[in-house]
Design a protein around this ligand. Sequence first.
Ligand code: SF4
Length: 197
Amino acid sequence: LAIEDISMQAQAMTLAAPTRQQFYERLLAGSDSSANAIWLAQIIASWQAGEGVLPDKLGLSDLQFDQLRQRFLSLDADTNSANSLDFSRMLEKQDLEQLLRKYAATSNEETEWLITIIVAACLGSDHLWHDLGLWSRKDLSAMLKHNFPEMAARNSKDMKWKKFLYKQLCEAEGLYLCRAPSCEVCQDYPACFGPED
Ligand code: SF4
């Protein structure tokens, strides 16, 4: 390779956008490395790398986003998302937030970030863990068990998480929109309980 080619390659490498892994490592470097910090770092790193569906500020309010930036010092205030979710079509936003809040293990700003972010990701059309930017379904299950243990325990049949959350809303309202009397005899069973990877 000519010197100019090597120099151009080196320049390109310098200019290349950080990978999700690099964002993740930077986020965690300044954090307390708690379980929630690790899951939040996954979510934020995916968002910074343009993955998942979360909108600007991860769907958080200005105040919440500023609080989050105090926990994750490498989080840039000017990061823009490639996505712009339309919350005006999300009539269930408040109900979902209330559902999660009801089952939250603790009541603090970190839990509120998670609630807002999870609800925002529910607007996506993929599996919840993927829309959130978590790195696996296992991470989502662990995060929900850690933060909303009683609610997560209700998903004893390992239903897909987004389906499960919406089913909780329907049941809370006394609505049973499913077409079958029970999951066991329902023809939509694979849609609710199939693999989520
Ligand atoms: S499997 Fe059928 S009955 Fe069970 S939650 Fe899904 S749609 Fe409803």
